[in-house]
Write a protein that binds this ligand. Structure first.
Ligand code: CA
Length: 227
């Protein structure tokens, strides 16, 4: 069964999430604090997705996200944010989260997000072994990226975006298209998720992220991979 961790200190919200994920067929682990979440993830290395609340009594959700990402790039991370925390969404994504949901959310919305992440991380590509566009080599067998022979560590979502770009060299892609291609057509999220993930990816792959030359911006439209 697909294992999901839920970190939320408010018990009513936590049980709402847990009940709905169990109903959707997930094996759910619960944590009330960041410390407990990190411990449980160590005990359950096969966890596919972690849902992280931000405001917590001990270390906050951003710190939990940072600590998870320091050792685990494969797990999907979704931040649980409040409507008033617009900035937090961006901060959360920059610390390595893949997505966020805004409270209050519907059970359908939540499970759609979790499903999308699991689908994304579980896909093994077998059409080609690698895509080479120097200085980049994307190995689709073990889902890794090298630039000038140096391994660049990517989250599953960053890998998916990189693959999409390398499969569409020189083509201007709208933010809507990118959302469809990477997150899927049944995805409930906002376009902002595209921008923040691309900003994070640029920090990893560009020579100078403030003046990107590989992933360029097509103003008022989207992005383009400069082959
Ligand atoms: Ca909280």
């Amino acid at each position: 069964m697909k294992k999901v961790l839920v970190l939320e200190d408010e018990s009513s919200i936590r049980s709402f999430i847990v009940i709905n994920l169990r109903r959707a067929g997930y094996d759910v682990i619960e944590a009330e604090s960041g410390e407990e979440a990190l411990e449980k993830l160590q005990e359950n290395p096969d966890t596919r997705v972690a849902l992280l609340d931000i405001m917590l009594p001990g270390i906050d959700g951003f710190e939990v996200c940072r600590r998870i990402r320091a050792t685990n790039l494969r797990i999907g991370i979704i931040m649980l944010t409040a409507r008033s925390q617009e900035m937090d969404k961006v901060t959360g994504l920059m610390t390595g989260a893949d997505d966020y949901v805004t409270k209050p959310f519907s059970p359908a919305e939540l499970t759609a997000r979790v499903d999308a992440l699991i689908r994304r991380s579980g896909v093994t590509d077998d059409t080609t072994d690698r895509i080479t566009q120097l200085p980049f080599v994307l190995n689709t067998r073990n889902r890794t990226l090298e630039k000038d022979g140096q391994r660049i560590k990517l989250t599953q979502m960053e890998y998916a975006i990189m693959k999409m770009f390398m499969e569409n060299p020189g083509k201007a892609l709208s933010r809507e298209e990118i959302l469809d291609l990477v997150w899927g057509r049944d995805y409930f999220g906002e376009l902002k998720i595209v921008d923040v993930n691309i900003r994070r990816l640029r920090l990893k792959i560009e020579d100078n992220a403030t003046n990107p030359t590989y992933i360029t911006t097509v103003w008022g439209y989207g992005y383009k991979w400069e082959a």
